[in-house]
Design a protein around this ligand. Sequence first.
Ligand SMILES: [Zn+2]
Length: 186
Amino acid sequence: MNFTAAQDFTSLTELLRRYADADEILYKSHCEWEEPVIAELCRNVRRSAQHIRAQWGERTPAALAEAYGIAVVHDRWQVADGKVIYLAECTQRPAQIRLNLTAIDALANLMPHWAEEQMRCWFTSDCLADVAIAHELYHLLERRPVTQREELAAHAFARALTALPFSPLLYQVLLQRLAKGERTIS
Ligand SMILES: [Zn+2]
């Protein structure tokens, strides 16, 4: 994974705008399901996030994981060229979330050159870790095989739980583009 600092960052504003759309709108371009199917997925996921908030209050995703007996491990790993990079991964046995600080720090270190001041709080290592933990928490609580549906559901859940003002899919898009060293992110 070779991150290059020399990027054309001008299109971040456009990406932020696109990924700030409601998941119901955004997911229409990420899957081929009918609108009612997407709407139901988003509704169910938001309800799950609300239930967790109602039960546990305003805890961080890491504290929520702990409450569910899930260990959060800070780790670092490189990803071979062409492979998808994730901010974290999880296992059911042992119940564990592994954060990839290589990916988290690489993205966080680049963003100050890139994002406008008022948006930078959403690209710090802590924020990226929170969102990544929330995403993996969904997989661990739902215990379903990771399909495209579950991936989109986990992103919607993480967005709802952390009140991120855009879809976490944006992080994935940025990671992939930066890893490939592309000159533009449009
Ligand atoms: Zn996932």
